[in-house]
Design a protein around this ligand. Structure first.
Ligand code: FE2
Length: 372
């Protein structure tokens, strides 16, 4: 057995830990840029709280609040320009996966001369980045742990992963309190993304005892916490389980990669703008059944861990039905006619090589048919 593990330098977890931002980041310099979504953090008062804390430690802050919808290379270019113009020392991503991925890519590409789209097209570069600090406000994407940013390329209509070991955050603050205001639909979608990370990591060809321990615990936490967090967003215990479950799923999948659900969900996002977590939520029960012949033993382990009498795929199917989100790809916005393009884009994903079952083109069609 052999494996290597790569993690952010510092992970802080706990309620109200966001208040430690200034204290933890003063070593990075005196000029920060907060990358966030329009209005939401401002409305909830979190942005003000963070800004006050940074100022207390003598750190000047700038705000880029142009994150909306899918994160794309143009948003990263805008943030990179702001970093250069204002001579920013470190970047704080505050928000869901979109804000974190844009902040991460912009900080990581500091010192590079070409537009972000070039690097998304696999152009190699030597990392010269500035520190990236991650503060997630959803419980799902795991971007506070991973070393990649998933970005949309507006000209090619593709979603791809831009990755470098230097991209990993220098400090991640996972504060469940920041997720309290998340709407039930977003809680459901991001939570199912986290569950998909955990399941695909647990059964990944790259899984090892360390990642399986974390992915297994993440599956238990999310299975318990998700229905409660969706039903009552103010349930602190449920929110804490989801924040921890999501983070542990990311600690696992950042090492092992994911699988065929993610390989299909990225083009579904690029072609039909189906949110990433929603696409995974709809695909996951079918993907579990599809992979069963190659990882039945792992599913039995999960069933024992959860203490359930039904098959794991059916358990996830029943969980999905409890959630206030579209239950089929058609209801989510899928339109027939682009199957060829979708399959071609699915097969550009590196995630397929980690999937326990060798995926053929017909298999992708079958999975899609089951989910329409
Ligand atoms: Fe994901």
């Amino acid at each position: 057995m052999e494996f290597s593990l790569r993690y952010p330098s510092h992970i802080i977890f706990g309620e109200h830990k966001v208040r430690e931002l200034g204290q933890q980041t003063k070593v990075f310099g005196t000029k920060s840029l907060i990358v966030t979504g329009k209005n939401s953090m401002e409305k909830s008062g979190i942005l003000r709280e963070i800004a006050d804390d940074l100022e207390y430690y003598g750190i000047k802050h700038y705000v880029f609040d142009g994150i909306y919808g899918e994160p794309d290379t143009e948003m990263v270019d805008q943030v990179r320009r702001m970093i250069e113009e204002e001579k920013i020392d470190f970047v704080v991503g505050l928000g869901g996966g979109s804000a974190l991925d844009v902040a991460k890519a912009a900080a990581g590409l500091y010192g590079q001369n070409l537009p972000t789209a070039e690097y998304l097209n696999q152009r190699p570069f030597e990392y010269q980045g500035i520190p990236f600090v991650a503060i997630p406000t959803t419980a799902g994407t795991g971007s506070e742990i991973t070393l990649n940013a998933v970005l949309y390329h507006p000209e090619l209509g593709n979603k791809n992963s831009l990755a470098h070991p230097g991209f990993q955050s220098k400090c991640s603050i996972v504060d469940p309190v920041l997720t309290y205001s998340m709407a039930p639909e977003i809680t459901a979608m991001t939570g199912m993304d986290a569950l998909t990370h955990a399941v695909e990591s647990y059964t990944s060809k790259m899984a090892n005892p360390v990642t399986m321990a974390m992915a297994g615990k993440a599956i238990s936490l999310i299975a318990e916490g998700l229905p409660m967090a969706v039903k009552d967003g103010s349930d602190k215990m449920a929110r804490s389980k989801m924040a921890l479950g999501s983070m542990m799923a990311a600690l696992a999948f950042a090492q092992t990669g994911v699988g065929v659900a993610h390989a299909i969900s990225h083009p579904l996002g690029a072609l039909f703008h189906i949110p990433h977590g929603l696409a995974n939520a709809i695909l996951l029960p079918t993907v579990i059944d599809y992979n069963d012949r190659c990882c039945h033993h792992q599913y039995v382990e999960i069933e024992k861990m959860l203490g359930i009498q039904k098959r794991f795929g059916d358990f996830v199917r029943d969980l999905l039905m409890l959630l206030p989100i579209p239950q089929t790809l058609t209801a989510a916005g899928y339109i027939k006619g682009k199957e060829e393009e979708l399959i071609r884009k699915t097969f550009t994903s590196r995630s397929l090589s980690k999937n326990p079952r060798l995926v053929q083109e017909d298999d992708v069609m079958d999975i899609l048919q089951h989910c329409l």
